[in-house]
Design a protein. Structure first.
Length: 403
């Protein structure tokens, strides 16, 4: 056979031939969903043993419990007009927390916007969450982001971007850098199944596969991309099957089962780091909340549908498991929930009174020597705010203080 540049297979395809002209069915590949824990908090018969120790289990449970209370309180705060926007993790706490727990601290996280549990697991404090949501002067983003757009350099959690899917190729690039530096670490990238319809999904996965970047692409298939059901988003067997087209490993896991998620991501991480290779993981759960505080799900799904899945609560399932293991006291658990509620409300009241970032940081935080045209624009903005202080109460008061 003639060789082209010493390559036997320049087309990079399989060499299987056939004399039968037949279609390959669109559902020729079906990926099973890995699970371990049933609705009663018990391992399924013949399920593999869990490698999760008591300390990790308690930390995971406490994180999920905190996020559930925090989400409820912050959505209420949005309804009261105290914050402008909010997105809950409701129904996906196990998927996010369990996956974060399977990582090492040096691993990088690129989140979409529903992964606050991963950041909480790593140690982001209640006060830090609050400052970001209120966009005050203690916010790491200095008030330049929408609420829930967290970021922490210290905790290896890349600041969230609003445009859908941009974090996917970014994560592939970051993981490629980890490989080049020999960090023996990986990058996890979270996104919804809706983001998997974006061009950035395909570019990111192909880049990671071709360049052998240790990236864990974690697709949260929660059934809806805002109001669009999964059945109207794609025709194939979910998201995980797409990995085959990009030449990478894939796993599908029950996203309500925190033990299964933990083991799946732990296995994927080990493979990715040891082989410098990407893995696509698909979590199957249900988005119990609205897409965001700006969304009304009653316009596209029935209450009965929500209630059916509400009974399959990831936190309650893990709570039952913890009780059966003797790792959780029921009375102490209820007391802890009440304390979290009190702590969240107290932190909220403090954060909403913290001053907004100083107006001049718009330019001084970007340029050491502010260009003349920006100095002029800044002065015009300042005079405009002082002319209409009722429209900019927080900012106007800060300007008056610095006079």
């Amino acid at each position: 056979m003639t060789k082209l540049l010493n390559v036997d297979n320049p087309n990079n395809t399989s060499k299987n031939d056939t004399l039968n002209l037949e279609f390959v069915d669109e559902h020729a590949l079906a990926i099973p969903t890995f699970k371990m824990l049933d609705d009663n908090g018990e391992l399924y018969k013949d399920a593999q043993a869990s490698s999760m120790d008591k300390e990790t289990a308690i930390r995971i449970y406490e994180t999920m419990r905190f996020i559930r209370v925090f989400d409820e309180r912050m959505l209420a705060a949005q309804r009261q007009g105290r914050v402008s926007f909010y997105m809950q993790c409701l129904g996906e706490e196990a998927a996010v927390t369990g996956s974060a727990a399977a990582l090492e601290d040096k691993d990088m996280i690129f989140a979409q916007y529903r992964e606050q549990a991963a950041l909480a697991y790593r140690g982001f404090t209640l006060e830090q969450f609050m400052h970001q949501n209120f966009s005050n002067e203690k916010d790491f983003g200095k008030g330049r982001q929408m609420p829930i757009h967290y970021g922490s350099k210290e905790l290896n959690y890349s600041t969230i971007s609003s445009p859908l899917g941009t974090q996917i190729p970014q994560a592939a690039g970051y993981a490629y850098g980890q490989k080049l530096k020999g960090d023996k670490a990986c990058t996890i990238c979270y996104f919804g199944e809706g983001a998997a319809s974006e061009g950035d999904f395909h570019a990111g996965l192909n880049m990671a596969a071709v360049h052998s970047a240790p990236t864990l692409f974690f697709a949260r298939n929660n059934g809806y991309a805002i109001s669009t059901p999964a059945s109207e988003q794609f025709k194939g067997d979910g998201i995980a099957v797409r990995a085959v087209g990009y030449g990478m490993k894939a796993l599908r896991v029950d996203g309500v089962d925190v033990l299964a998620v933990y083991e799946a991501v732990k296995k994927a991480r080990e493979f990715a780091v040891e082989n410098n290779a990407p893995v696509l993981i698909e979590s199957i759960a249900y988005r119990l909340a609205a897409h965001s505080s700006s969304d009304d799900p009653t316009g596209y799904r029935e209450k009965e549908e929500e209630e059916t899945f509400r009974a399959n609560c990831p936190i309650e399932r893990f709570r039952k498991y913890m009780l059966k293991q003797g790792w959780l006291d029921e009375a102490e658990d209820e007391a802890a929930k009440e304390k979290i509620k009190a702590d969240v409300l107290s932190a909220l009241k403090v954060a909403e009174k913290v001053a907004k970032p100083a107006l001049e940081e718009i330019v001084t935080d970007v340029y050491e020597d502010v260009p003349l045209h920006l100095q002029k624009q800044y002065e015009q903005l300042k005079q405009h705010i002082l002319k209409y202080p009722e429209a900019y109460p927080a900012t106007a008061s800060r300007i008056e203080e610095t006079k």
